[in-house]
Design a protein around this ligand. Structure first.
Ligand SMILES: Cc1cc2nc3c(=O)[nH]c(=O)nc-3n(C[C@H](O)[C@H](O)[C@H](O)COP(=O)(O)OP(=O)(O)OC[C@H]3O[C@@H](n4cnc5c(N)ncnc54)[C@H](O)[C@@H]3O)c2cc1C
Ligand code: FES
Length: 281
């Protein structure tokens, strides 16, 4: 396959951030914060896309869009404090400005899932990007077949979007697990890894699509379970993270073989990225 420079990379304005104002910021866990940002205009994003978020003089980081497509000019994000740039994001207060470039990435064409059975496997922070797809699926419930959301966290206190998971459970099947409770109250579906419930699901290989987002180590084990259910790799979507700089297929930082994670992904069909270590079953 030849390398390409996506059209977006040829437009100089994609390198210039616009500014959004933080309307709301709150702790979700000890290490993740939720942000609602007001943009100068609607972002017009698809589920599964991301933005490059920045503070002038500090730096930039790719952050997944956590809300479904919307016509207003609001953007929802979940940011884990991982290092220098995300540490500065965590210190920002309501009313302060964030630089935004994007939306970037190929994202999901949700209409391709119409009429299909869907299984979402969300490990930890993986729920933040998958919420951008799960929300419109739940809102348009009738357009889809069986829908199952599997959510795994390490402890109850580290679970993201608890209230929302519970409200989705009124319309779709939701299974919430934690690895251990550490004596915290837990009203989910028991203990275990997010892979555990898959063996017990009745999945029709002809019409089931699985969408996975979580730590790289999770993919391999989820794929083993899905292989046992005979789900074709063309119907398994994984969200991959690579170090990024430009976000638009120009700099090569995020290259995966001949593909650019930022422009061709970050969502890939397993069939297309099988040779990657985290995808190996
Ligand atoms: C497409 C995409 C979407 C993302 N979405 C989110 C999101 O919604 N919320 C969120 O909190 N984070 C997300 N990330 C990860 C986030 O971009 C990194 O945590 C951030 O860039 C770290 O920057 P830093 O300066 O704070 O940390 P640094 O000081 O650069 O690094 C701190 C630690 O984080 C590790 N690290 C840095 N970048 C990455 C990376 N890309 N992947 C894995 N480990 C990394 C470093 O190895 C180091 O151990 C996403 C990454 C990508 C590529
Ligand atoms: S090519 Fe620059 S981040 Fe992907």
């Amino acid at each position: 396959m030849t390398h390409h420079t996506p059209e977006a990379a040829q437009q100089p304005e994609v390198f210039v951030p616009f500014y959004g104002r933080i309307l709301e910021v709150r702790d979700m866990t000890v290490r993740e914060k939720y942000y609602k940002v007001e943009l100068p205009r609607p972002l017009g994003h698809k589920p599964g896309q991301f933005v490059m978020l920045s503070v002038p003089g500090v730096g930039e980081a790719p952050i997944s869009i956590s809300c479904g497509p919307r016509s207003d000019n609001l953007l929802e994000l979940v940011i884990r404090k991982a290092g220098s740039v995300t540490g500065v994001f965590h210190n920002l207060k309501e009313g302060q400005l964030l630089g935004v470039r994007g939306p970037f990435g190929s994202g999901f064409d949700i209409t391709k899932f119409h009429g299909k059975d869907l299984v979402f496997v969300c490990g930890g922070l993986g729920l933040a990007p998958l919420r951008s797809l799960i929300t419109p699926v739940v809102e348009n419930r009738d357009k889809f077949g069986e829908v199952t959301v599997l959510s795994g966290a390490v402890t109850p206190a580290l679970e993201l979007y608890r209230d929302e998971l519970k409200s989705w459970a009124k319309k779709v099947k939701v299974i919430r697990l934690v690895e251990r409770t550490e004596n915290q109250p837990w009203d989910g579906d028991g203990l275990g890894l997010v892979t555990k419930p898959i063996a017990g699901l009745k999945l029709d290989p002809a019409k089931t699509c699985a969408v996975l987002c979580g730590p790289p180590v999770m993919y391999k084990f989820v794929v083993i379970e899905l292989d046992m259910k005979k789900i074709p790799h063309e119907q398994i979507y994984i969200d991959l993270e690579r170090r990024m700089k430009c976000g638009v297929g120009k700099c090569g930082h995020c290259q995966i073989n001949a593909k650019y994670c930022c422009a061709d992904g970050p969502v890939f069909r397993l069939a297309d990225v099988k040779d990657l270590p985290e995808a190996l079953a």
